[in-house]
Design a protein around this ligand. Structure first.
Ligand code: GCU
Length: 138
């Protein structure tokens, strides 16, 4: 399906900063969340359809253990994402999760740290909309 890209720079930051001190990020920087269980970020984006989507997050976790963040769409918690360690802060990985509850028009996606170490570093997020016609007649 079509998708929108949510860059680090477009985020509304809560106890987080845009940094560029670890290579491999796209755009002009990545989000570095403070090491606590309240840091987070949110984005507004426009959807031309309601319902489900896939959220793909590009992240690095150079810490020694996995870090969890809660993902919400329009204020509704979707799931707690477990970001595995990637071994180094310049080693980036991707994880995709399904979400529901998109509305036509303006939506809000937020991530919030769910452990005292805070989140991983997040480079960008893609919202991949469900195909409206997955099996088009040729
Ligand atoms: C290091 C690293 C940061 C990272 C932080 C963390 O300080 O340089 O990019 O965000 O660890 O533990 O979250």
């Amino acid at each position: 399906g079509s998708n929108v890209e949510l860059t680090a720079n477009a985020a509304n930051l809560n106890q987080a900063d845009i940094e560029n001190n670890h290579s491999g990020f796209t755009g002009s920087g990545f989000i570095d969340f403070e090491n606590n269980s309240t840091s987070g970020a949110s984005w507004s984006f426009t959807s031309s359809q309601s319902g489900n989507a896939t959220i793909k997050l590009r992240f690095a976790n150079g810490g020694g253990s996995s870090r969890a963040m809660n993902l919400s769409i329009n204020g509704n918690t979707q799931q707690t994402i477990d970001f595995s360690t990637t071994g180094a802060w310049n080693n980036w990985s991707e994880i995709s999760v399904p979400v529901s509850g998109l509305v036509t028009g303006t939506n809000e996606l937020s991530v919030s740290s769910a452990n005292p170490s805070g989140g991983p570093n997040i480079d960008k997020i893609n919202v991949i909309f469900a195909d409206t016609d997955p099996d088009p007649t040729p």
